[in-house]
Design a protein around this ligand. Structure first.
Ligand SMILES: [Zn+2]
Length: 71
């Protein structure tokens, strides 16, 4: 298991984690990623968007007015 050196010939990165793909597990980099991908398909979560209720990205409640800016 120690001779799992990354293959420089690999053209595409692993679609799961982006690492260099390994011939043995292609198009993934490891059995784990292959498993993950399969799992996604099986559970049908492939269509589910990554975003859930993450409002921490700069969305402010419209209750309070933004700090008045003086010019
Ligand atoms: Zn991977």
């Amino acid at each position: 298991m120690a001779d799992d050196a990354p293959n420089p010939l690999a053209g595409k990165p692993c679609p799961i984690c982006g690492k260099a793909m390994v011939e043995k597990y292609r198009p993934f980099c490891s059995s784990r990623c292959a498993d993950l991908d399969l799992h996604r398909w099986l559970t049908g979560s492939y269509a589910i968007p990554l975003t859930e209720n993450d409002d921490e990205d700069g969305e402010e409640p419209s209750l309070a007015p933004a700090t008045p800016r003086e010019r």
